[in-house]
Design a binder for this molecule. Structure first.
Ligand code: PEP
Ligand code: MN
Length: 379
């Protein structure tokens, strides 16, 4: 009864999957949009609101020669019903017309097969999958199937939740459908609790994406990360410092009166300001160029994640305590603890964490667990 491990089981026990998986061999197009750029800049409104609106924005944006693609939402995934959900097919046509008028390719979000057909039918040049779609493998597969045999670039936003595998899975589904013109968009991750961000950047996740899929280009969407326009500059700078390949920035002639995401959109004038204030540093290696603030921010985020994980671990510990109480099992089981320590030391070793440190760390975690368990078992 209880969680005893026999010695032979300890020896054959498989360690948790190490984070350093072998590099995925997926080969993607190195110029997926057939555009020359130093940093790819996509700009345009959150939503295409009318033919006149998108034409006016496109004309204004196109004056800024550093913008390469006009974006515009045609089918809008809204959190609540009875909000503006996009004009659909006609808006796709207005978007294309505006792009043609200024000689720039246009991009929109597709969330199902019908959107794919209608967008391609309207001549939309670039498609993207939104954060709410990428969380759902069924939806992604439906889109991948609809795109089979089509030669169109597709940008994949990260899923709403911080799940790298889900993000990679969506990219793999498209790649399996024969697409190689694939890029990724980092738009931050939903979080519980208060934060200055609408969606937390969790920079280590897109960085890990690039490590896992070295041929993918990743651009950053500071608008959806920030949620308010005063954060756009700083987030954009962080993305450039972290060697992202570009930016997608929501731009609107009258942001305050936009039909969606009013707080985070900026005017075309402000866009020029943001782009021209960006500092492009020499990148010496992957992390060079990150300034002290960015590095501190990364540390803060990682520490918060550590605390979050420790909290989750304690929740499991509490469940174990309930189980032990119900089944009359003792709290401390030496065999189990020896096995844990052996496995953690080995895992720590692969990350160059000293034995002394891992020992201290897990002793301390273990003490907290035992205290929690004995409280429950004696309650
Ligand atoms: C958008 O780009 O307007 C959008 C809805 O983005 P996301 O999928 O990142 O929320
Ligand atoms: Mn938006």
């Amino acid at each position: 009864m209880g969680a005893f491990f026999l010695p032979h089981k300890i020896k054959s026990m498989k360690l948790a999957e190490p984070i350093t998986k072998t590099t995925n061999k997926m080969e993607l197009d190195n110029n997926p949009l057939n555009i020359n750029y130093d940093k790819l800049i996509m700009a345009g409104p959150c939503s295409v609101e009318s033919e006149e609106q998108i034409m006016a924005i496109a004309k204004e944006i196109a004056k800024n020669k550093s913008v390469h693609v006009i974006r515009g939402g045609v089918w809008k995934p809204r959190t609540r019903p009875n909000t503006f959900e996009g004009h659909g097919r006609p808006a796709a046509q207005w978007l294309k017309k505006a792009g043609e008028a200024v000689g720039l390719p246009v991009a929109t979000e597709v969330a199902n097969a019908k959107h794919v057909y209608e967008a391609l039918d309207a001549g939309i040049d670039i498609l993207w999958l939104g954060a709410r779609t990428v969380v759902n493998p069924f939806a992604v597969q439906e889109i991948a199937d609809a795109l089979e045999g089509k030669d169109v670039p597709v940008l994949v936003k990260n899923p709403i939740n911080p799940d790298l595998e889900l993000w990679i899975g969506a990219i793999e589904r498209l790649h399996k459908a024969g697409l190689t013109r694939i890029m990724a968009i980092h738009r931050g991750f939903s979080q519980s609790g208060r934060s200055k961000y609408r969606n937390k950047p969790n920079w280590h996740i897109p960085i890990e994406l690039k490590r896992r899929l070295p041929s993918i280009q990743v651009i950053c969407d500071p608008s959806h990360i920030g949620g308010t326009r005063d954060l756009i500059q700083k987030i954009s700078q962080s993305a450039i410092d972290l060697n992202f390949e570009g930016l997608m920035i929501e731009t609107h002639m009258d942001p305050d009166n936009a039909m969606s995401d009013a707080k985070q959109q900026i005017t075309p004038d402000r866009l020029i300001g943001v782009l021209s204030d960006l500092i492009h540093r020499e990148s010496k290696d992957d992390t060079a160029g990150m300034d002290l603030d960015d590095m501190r921010e990364s540390i803060d985020q990682i520490d918060n994640e550590l605390i979050e994980l420790l909290g989750q671990r304690m929740e499991v510990v509490k469940n174990i305590a309930q189980y032990k109480k119900a089944n009359q099992v003792t709290i401390y089981q030496a065999n189990r603890w020896d096995a844990i320590m052996a496995a953690r030391l080995e895992a720590g070793n692969t990350k160059e964490l000293s034995e002394k440190f891992i020992n201290k760390l897990f002793q301390s975690i273990h003490n907290e667990s035992i205290e929690k368990q004995s409280k429950i078992m004696n309650s």
